[in-house]
Design a protein around this ligand. Structure first.
Ligand code: GDP
Ligand code: MG
Length: 306
């Protein structure tokens, strides 16, 4: 746990240095809290990809608290900011990859645009469930790109789990059908479904996702138990607008924010949960199999400050 916080700090270093470190340095240089200082903080947050609405809301809360609670020392703003950001993020604390439903087969549907990190995140999740003693199967439904299915196969091997892969260009719903059947007959515990994310055919993509869900429900009416939307944090506010399209088709249960390592745009996490009204469940902080973590806003905020 502590070890991970150290690592998280390390992985979030760009966002910390370029956004929150900048604020800390600014606060150290000032002798009093005034409107000019508050506006400077605002500017750093907005240029740091926190989002205009999010920044305004957080700063408004801070202005009120400064007045009411009579803060005078600029460095106290660090504490206030931390507190308000933590309050702003919707997260599911204590999510340690436990499966809440008691359905015999837990179905996780993973969606998101191409390149966001779906396949990689599925591979990482598979390894985690496997290490918890679960019998895991992957379904290769991104049949449009041959390389995509191969990539999932590599991850299945790496994680030591089963995979259902049919010929390239097969209707993704047919792959789901086959995977659901195999998973049920083979007494699998978890089925992770990888999907395509072609943006240029938005309507088709959404129709396709809807059709896939229908097939899943034919086997288990209350499935999918989780629908996770994967968002590439390096795309910042653009990723957020892409995400809005997905909220219109699927009933999302959580977000996976990937590539938080190596970007200064990690602040996207702060506003996204309010914008979409969906909690962040997992964060990706690297390309290795162990680089997926349950998200905790406390841990995240702690890693961003000091
Ligand atoms: P998909 O098209 O949504 O399935 O995306 P992929 O899983 O193929 O990922 C696209 C690229 O992003 C790959 O090169 C991954 O290695 C990389 N990637 C995914 N997650 C992370 C992450 O958390 N950190 C970093 N640095 N790279 C990641
Ligand atoms: Mg993929």
């Amino acid at each position: 746990m502590f070890e991970f916080l150290g690592k998280l700090k390390d992985r979030l270093s760009k966002t910390r240095d370029q956004v929150f470190g900048k604020i800390s340095r600014l606060l150290k240089a000032k002798s009093k809290i005034d409107e000019e200082l508050l506006e400077e903080i605002e500017e750093i947050l907005i240029t740091g990809d926190i989002g205009v609405d999010t920044t305004f809301t957080i700063m408004e809360n801070i202005r009120q608290r400064v007045k009411k609670e009579r803060y005078e020392n600029p460095e106290e703003l660090n504490f206030l900011l931390r507190d308000e950001i933590d309050k702003f993020i919707i997260s599911e604390e204590s999510n340690d990859f436990e499966i809440k439903s008691n359905a015999p087969l837990h179905v996780i549907f993973v969606i998101g645009v191409n390149g966001s990190g779906k396949t990689t995140s599925i591979g990482k999740l598979a390894a985690i469930y496997k290490s918890k003693g679960k019998k895991v199967m992957l379904a290769a439904c991104d049949t449009f790109r041959a390389a995509a299915c191969e990539q999932l196969e590599v991850w299945a091997e790496r994680a030591g789990v089963a995979i259902t892969r049919l010929a390239d260009q097969t209707d993704p719903s047919a792959v789901i059908f086959e995977a659901m059947q195999r998973a049920r007959n083979g007494n699998y515990d978890v089925l992770l479904i990888d999907t395509a994310g072609r943006l240029h055919t938005k309507t088709n993509l959404m129709l396709e996702l809807g059709k896939m869900e229908k097939v899943i429900k034919r086997f288990i009416p209350e499935a999918p138990h989780e629908t996770l939307l994967v968002i590439d944090a390096t795309t910042g506010q653009n990723g957020l607008s892409q995400a809005r399209h997905f909220t219109k088709t699927a009933k999302l249960s959580g977000l996976i924010l990937t590539k938080l390592d190596g970007t200064a745009k990690g602040g996207i996490v702060i506003g996204i949960t309010q914008e979409l009204q969906i909690p962040v469940k997992y964060i990706g902080v690297g390309e290795q199999i162990e680089d997926l973590r349950p998200f905790s806003s406390k841990e995240f905020v702690e890693a961003l400050f000091d």
